[in-house]
Design a protein around this ligand. Structure first.
Ligand SMILES: [Mn+2]
Length: 342
């Protein structure tokens, strides 16, 4: 048998972190649609038997009916594939949720919060999901495998790393009982989680996509398929050798790229006043954070002014370990800003 496991799509999430810049939130919601269509196309083109959706398919608070319709229309195009969905903490199966009210295509099965076994010819699927925004307990302790000779698949949305309010699961229990473990919830990909289908922000760096799995004579092989064509990257950029604001903007323009969204952290020592007009830099630079410092000039320290005496005292405090280097830098930076030295 073969399967696709996809999780944490979060359809219609507002993408607040990137929305203040050139409507990128809107563009990213279109990316969600494209990415999900790629999953469906992969299933169709490879005639995959099972599609598992391990929770957080959409955002309960924001999802539009038209989005549910879009998803269901895609489900209709893979009629030969059995689709199993477990609701997650962002799309719990609550009263009035689309899982309760919408009529999904016949090839779709949506699990409840009760552990249920679906017996297919070539595998048994054990699944359950959220019926609320939190779930502290589950019925896994009562787990009994019905048929040990079959391929046993586990499908849920939960947390194997922390005893959190999001369906905490003992991974060893799963490893001892199941041939295939398909989970959602953790957005970073590993052996059990496919990770979020597309990156939801700068805290989700790296490549994103889904898992294609295959069992051949009891050997499980898994392959990661990338679908997100954009990557979020936080990059340090040292301004020490740059002489003017214009030169800085020129340099920032070299970060223009179709497929990478940047948060640029300016570091080092600045020799000029930094003023970034977002209209002048490429759209894929979402944020510019200024963490630069002003270099200290010796003549300022020796100056016989109030400022000179202040810096001298501060330097002594640093030498006597009364303050840390970071505190020294921060105080000096603040003082210089106040004095409007630059
Ligand atoms: Mn999630």
């Amino acid at each position: 048998m073969d399967f696709v496991n996809v999780a944490d799509i979060h359809f219609d999430i507002p993408f607040r972190g990137i929305s203040d810049r050139a409507d990128l939130g809107k563009a990213r919601r279109l990316d969600q649609r494209r990415a999900f269509k790629k999953v469906i196309d992969f299933v169709k083109n490879n005639n995959v038997e099972y599609l598992f959706i391990a929770g957080d398919l959409y955002e309960q608070e924001y999802v539009q009916e038209s989005t549910i319709e879009y998803i269901n229309e895609l489900f209709k195009t893979i009629n030969n594939t059995k689709i199993y969905i477990v609701p997650g903490n962002h799309d719990p199966r609550i009263k009035n949720s689309y899982y309760e009210t919408y009529k999904f295509n016949d090839n779709v099965k949506i699990f409840t919060n009760r552990l249920e076994i679906v017996e297919n010819e070539d595998c048994d699927i054990y699944g359950y999901g959220f019926n609320n925004f939190e779930m502290n307990e589950n019925q896994l302790e009562e787990l009994k495998i019905k048929n040990k000779n079959k391929i046993n698949v586990f499908l849920s949305h939960g947390d194997i790393y922390n005893k959190s309010a999001y369906n905490p699961i003992n991974i060893n229990l799963l490893k001892n009982n199941f041939d295939v473990i398909n989970l959602g919830h953790i957005h970073k990909r590993d052996d059990y989680y496919p990770g979020s289908l597309i990156s939801l922000g700068f805290d989700e760096p790296g490549e994103h996509g889904f898992i294609y799995g295959m069992i051949d004579s009891n050997n499980l092989s898994k392959k990661f398929i990338k679908v997100d064509d954009k990557e979020f990257i936080i990059k340090d950029f040292d301004v020490t050798s740059i002489l003017s604001n214009e030169e800085l903007i020129e340099k920032l323009c070299t970060f223009e790229a179709e497929d990478i969204l940047y948060e640029i952290k300016l570091t080092g020592e600045r020799k000029f006043k930094i003023e970034i007009d977002l209209k002048l830099i490429p759209k894929n630079i979402i944020k510019v954070k200024d963490e630069t410092k002003v270099p200290i000039q010796e003549d300022e320290i020796n100056e016989n002014s109030l400022y000179g005496i202040f810096v001298k005292n501060l330097k002594e405090k640093l030498e006597q370990n009364e303050i840390t280097k970071k505190e020294y830098d921060d105080i000096l930076e603040l003082e210089r800003t106040i004095m409007n030295k630059l």
